[in-house]
Design a protein around this ligand. Sequence first.
Ligand SMILES: Nc1ncnc2c1ncn2[C@@H]1O[C@H](COP(=O)(O)OP(=O)(O)OP(=O)(O)O)[C@@H](O)[C@H]1O
Ligand SMILES: [Mg+2]
Length: 330
Amino acid sequence: MANDVTQPLLEVKDLHTRFHTHRGIVQAVNGISFGIREGELVGLVGETGCGKSVTARSVLGLVRPPGRIAEGRITYDGIDLRSLSRREFRKLRGTGISFVPQNPWGALNPILRIERQFRNVIRAHTDASRQECWDMSLAMLQKVGIQGPERILKGYAHQLSGGMAQRVVMAIALVLNPRLVIADEPTTGLDVTIQRQILDMVMQLLEEERRAMLLVTHDLGVVAQYCHRVIVMYAGKIVEEGPVSEVFVEPAHPYTQALLAAIPRPGHKLVSLRGRVPSLIDYPAGCPFHDRCDFAFEPCSAEEPLLCELSTGRRSACHLSKGVSELDAR
Ligand SMILES: Nc1ncnc2c1ncn2[C@@H]1O[C@H](COP(=O)(O)OP(=O)(O)OP(=O)(O)O)[C@@H](O)[C@H]1O
Ligand SMILES: [Mg+2]
């Protein structure tokens, strides 16, 4: 487990990412702050449309018009990521921060052998020989559970099954041993058993090698099993955050309580919560969750609760849970 006193490897402060659409401005990410320390595995959860992918893409410099980061600071290992050019960002990917997208087919080149795709990534950062690239690729494919990796390296993307393609994409993302991996629902769309096999493999690997990860997922079981910390997003904001061992046992926010109560069968989306996420164009007054909350009382529809620290590393934004910082302020 990561050491509590170390500086975060990744630090996001007051991030606002908006999409300018003909219907209005979508406040997809609305003032979030969090950090990820070296070696820490962090789960990012919340219903569909809550801003998880936009958060991941903002960190990775992948927000494109009509979207833009309107405000906020994102630092990785002391580097201000918002000041990087696309080229500098590409340089950072692979060894610094690497990305595992949801759709492996979009990440693989259909006309290059898999071997060549590994080599391109390795050679963008090192001067490894062809043989060294081959050996590194082979070893990495074995680590993600691919048997007969020689055959895979010599083949093309279209020869792979969905599960195999996702393993290959992960192996390419991990081959240079990045310090931080950002994965956005990396196994969605695959058979449930295969999803779990792949995640088991990758999470164990990252844990062993003390890599940090931000895992965007709907699978709370995976978060419970592998992540050190969990961040819960709702309507573009963080509503709860803390160590998995605490949040899953005693969730502070009614939204987290509802999510945990609605834990779906593995691999299924969270569907059984009453009501819907509010429009991110006309952001509601008060707490964004108030009209779905069983515990809502007078202030909830009028005043937005601040995200307060309940205990070290534990935060919640709810009028019912008074944080130590708020109490101290009195
Ligand atoms: N290109 C875009 N143009 C306009 N709005 C967008 C765009 N991309 C995302 N959004 C909006 O930003 C909000 C957050 O979307 P995001 O994709 O981050 O949700 P998510 O939490 O990843 O959901 P899911 O679990 O379904 O992947 C949503 O309201 C979405 O409609
Ligand atoms: Mg998403």
